[in-house]
Design a protein around this ligand. Structure first.
Ligand code: ADP
Length: 436
């Protein structure tokens, strides 16, 4: 940034100096040219009024070294010239200013010298006796004046470049200081910072910073929860095994304890499966293959498998709707249906029912699972999708819940950029509607 500002400032000043110099020189040169012309005109008028022939006869030399005076006869012969011997001069009728003077009474012209360094200004006037008097003077050309100003220009340039160096150093320091301060302490940057242009950038950084912190916190919470959840069944398994090992239980109890050990082991397996599923969704969700899948067909298949489980609790499963194609991954859909239907069975009442509806609605696939269960209190409804959040911990555990089912559901729906709507009334039931 410093280098960039430095370079821009320098380029700008070099350009500015050249342009200003050129413009100024041109303006002054034009003024100077005007003055030269005016002077020549006055000189010519004065000489013509005094009478050139008389002057020539009386003085032999007229004018000064700066001004050349030429007197031309009607046929173009040079009668007098104060600079060059008339013998060497050719006929002057072809000279632009002389021609004009013969025709209109006066003539003007400017001619560049061979080297381009000098210009000669001519003014010719027709005298009363029909001859022409021409005065001329030499002056430096614009290019020559411009180049003669070069050394001064270079000197000014060097001074300005030096100033630019100092200025750009100060400027960048001043410009970058607030940014440096912000970078040092992102958390405490005032809402209205020095650069309003940076506000969206800052907001975005702050947002990302907060997201990262939140993600880190949730990962920490998750790890703590996982450890806690795993510890419970393992402690139970270890306890039961110890009792059997020490022959502290009779044969009948042993069978019960073996059952408890199996239940806790099953719980561990489901927990681990859910944790693996969640981390797969976290890291590999985007790499899953998405194809066209019939949601109704998958639902039909899963419900058949879950019917036994539902039957054990006297809960009936009813599937309605029709074939519904969705761009998805079959295993994700299985996960989605299983989690929702299992919850609807788990938190149902004896002789309750679960209605599963699959339909196409406005270009979206709809999966709606409604049960006649215990319902979810209003205060918990927004939290049940959090990892390990349970309304009734013991009921969830007793029925084989892990507290991760709805978190997985939410994750899968997000992968499809879909929506979830939950409606629930205590004692009446719960309805979860998903649109993919
Ligand atoms: P769990 O494995 O405990 O069922 P979930 O993440 O699937 O975990 O659900 C979180 C909590 O939401 C459950 O513990 C339960 O309290 C509540 N819940 C989920 N589905 C239902 C439902 N259909 N009826 C009543 N409560 C439910």
């Amino acid at each position: 940034m410093k280098q960039k500002i430095n370079l821009s400032l320098m380029t700008l000043s070099v350009l500015a100096i050249f342009v200003t110099m050129f413009c100024l020189t041109s303006v002054y040169y034009n003024l100077f040219q005007e003055q030269v012309r005016k002077d020549l005109k006055i000189e010519a008028r004065m000489l013509s009024e005094t009478g050139i022939s008389r002057l020539v006869e009386n003085q032999g030399f007229i004018g000064d070294e700066e001004i050349r005076i030429t007197w031309i006869s009607q046929d173009g012969q040079v009668l007098y010239d104060n600079d060059v011997d008339t013998h060497y001069l050719t006929n002057h009728l072809d000279r632009e200013e002389v021609k004009a003077a013969f025709e209109t009474g006066f003539g003007e012209s400017v001619r560049e010298s061979d080297t381009m360094n000098m210009r000669t200004f001519y003014y010719a006037v027709l005298l009363e006796d029909g001859t022409v008097l021409r005065v001329s003077t030499r002056a430096r050309s614009l290019v020559s004046v411009f180049f003669s100003a070069f050394p001064v220009m270079i000197l000014i340039l060097l001074v300005i470049l030096g100033l630019c160096l100092v200025l750009s150093h100060l400027l960048t320091r001043q410009l970058l200081e607030p940014i440096r301060e912000m970078a040092e302490d992102l958390e405490n940057v005032p809402a209205t910072s020095t650069y309003s242009e940076l506000s969206p950038f800052l907001d975005r950084i702050r947002e990302q910073h907060e997201d990262i912190l939140a993600a880190a916190r949730s990962r920490q919470d998750f790890t703590a929860n996982v450890s806690h959840e795993l510890k419970t069944p393992i402690t139970a398994i270890s306890g039961y095994a110890e009792l059997i090992e020490n022959r502290m239980v009779d044969e009948k109890q042993q069978i019960k304890f073996a059952g408890d050990i199996r239940k806790n082991a099953d719980r561990l397996v489901s927990l681990i499966n859910d944790i693996i599923r969640l981390s797969e969704l976290d890291y590999g969700g985007g790499t899953l293959d998405f194809t066209s899948v019939d949601l109704y067909e998958v639902a039909e298949e899963r419900i058949e498998l879950l019917r036994t489980n539902a039957g054990r609790k006297n809960v009936s499963l009813i599937l309605t709707g029709s074939s519904c194609m969705v761009t998805s991954n079959r295993s994700l859909l299985i996960e989605l249906i299983d989690n929702l239907v299992q919850n609807a069975i788990r938190y149902n009442i004896p002789n309750g029912s679960v209605n599963i509806l699959v339909e196409q609605r406005g270009g979206n696939a709809v999966l709606q699972v409604s049960d006649t269960g215990i319902g979810i209190p209003k205060a918990d409804q927004s939290r049940v999708f959090e990892r390990f959040y349970r309304v009734d911990k013991s009921r969830s555990r007793e029925t084989g819940g892990t507290g991760l089912g709805l978190a997985i559901v939410k994750h899968i729906v997000e992968l499809h950029q879909g929506t979830i709507r939950l409606e629930s009334e205590m004692g009446k039931g719960t309805k979860i509607r998903i649109e993919l």
